[in-house]
Design a protein around this ligand. Structure first.
Ligand code: MG
Ligand code: ZN
Length: 354
């Protein structure tokens, strides 16, 4: 090639661009701060209309103050309308699978979950739900079963995982002797105990099912979340904690706005505890999202002044509309934009260096 003035200028311009791009990339990389702790809060069936209704009726939510917000596409591998098992498996394994699958792929073979990866790296792990801990959402973080209805087999997958903290109902599915022989301390009901960071805990709401919050469930989710965070705060190697607002979905299936909203406000209290912790502990990332929307809810009238909403439900099932994802703390910018639900797993894996 002949070096004319024109080609020389072009060559120099290219060099300049390459150097600048490299330094730009370096700056961006050094700006990524990695969290040590991640708290993932999943509002089952919590779409934008549900959040909006709860915010109006409650006069605001903790969710309203998050700045890094994106949207998740929720379709499963075999259905545009996901169920909670495929939805949670996308979060826990980064793979789209069929509806009903718990921690397994489309071939029904086990996929390693984020909790299992964290345990391998000595990161403490915990799961909290307002339903049976063998239910699809929490189960997909530790179990590998072809079908979400296999509660006993799901419970059987729990014992040797090394999970530090598990809370919810579902006691009848567990073998208490086996829990004790795997060094679990068992708590029951609304206990006000100080948790020992050297111990592992399973905390059952009681022996039966969680009633809706409107029927005297009181402050259980916020109470247990608070205790769990105090416990995990003493762990030396960071933690991953998943908290599910399980019954927001049940209000949607019932086309019952009061049920949905009271559950969402209850869930938002757990969000506040996580958010406040991340405000004081700067190494903590809080992610709040949903597996899918439930009820096809639209808000056809309302009053912010009177805290009123007139709902209209279009189905008793889940819908395919995108759901919001909110993030606060180191790495929160990765949750901006529109992405597949599997990206939540990918971001957590990247940020915890798993
Ligand atoms: Mg669920
Ligand atoms: Zn549902």
């Amino acid at each position: 090639m002949k070096f004319t003035l024109k080609t020389s200028i072009l060559f120099l311009a290219c060099c300049f661009l390459i150097i600048n791009c490299n330094s730009l990339r370096k700056v961006e990389k050094s700006e990524i701060k990695f969290p040590i702790n991640i708290i993932l809060l999943i509002g089952d069936g919590m779409g934008l209309a549900q959040i909006c209704a709860a915010s109006v009726i409650n006069g605001g939510l903790t969710l309203d103050i998050f700045n890094d917000i994106g949207f998740l596409k929720t379709a499963s591998a075999n259905d545009y309308i996901t169920d909670s098992a495929a939805g949670a498996t996308a979060f826990s394994t980064g793979e789209k699978t069929y509806n009903g699958a718990v921690g397994v792929g489309v071939d029904t073979l086990p996929l390693k979950t984020i909790v299992e990866l964290a345990e391998e790296k000595n990161i403490a792990t915990g799961l909290i739900a307002i339903c049976s801990v063998t239910h699809a959402t929490p189960a997909s973080f530790y179990a590998h079963q072809k079908n979400r209805e296999m509660h006993r087999l799901i419970a059987n997958d729990f014992y040797d995982k090394g999970i530090d903290f598990l809370a919810g109902t579902g006691k009848p599915y567990f073998n208490i002797e086996k829990l004790l022989s795997n060094q679990y301390s068992i708590l029951n009901g609304p206990e006000s105990v100080t948790l020992d960071p050297q111990k592992k805990y399973i905390w059952f709401y009681n022996d039966s099912i969680h009633p809706p919050v409107a029927q005297l469930r009181s402050n259980w989710l916020a109470h247990v979340t608070n205790k769990a965070i105090q416990y995990f705060d003493q762990k030396k190697n960071g933690f991953f904690l998943m908290i599910e607002g399980s019954q927001i979905d049940w209000g949607g299936h019932n086309n019952d706005l009061n049920y949905t909203v009271s559950e969402l406000i209850d869930f938002d209290k757990a969000v506040k505890i996580a958010y406040d912790y991340a405000q004081s502990n700067k190494n903590t990332l809080v992610i709040v999202t949903a597996d899918h929307e439930t009820g096809g809810l639209s808000l056809i009238d309302g009053s912010e002044k009177n805290k009123e909403i007139k709902p209209h439900y279009s189905t008793g099932h889940h819908t395919g509309i995108m759901v919001p994802v909110y993030a606060f703390g180191p790495g929160s910018h990765l949750f901006r934009g529109t992405m597949e639900n599997t990206q939540v797993y990918k971001n957590i894996k990247y940020l915890l260096k798993l």
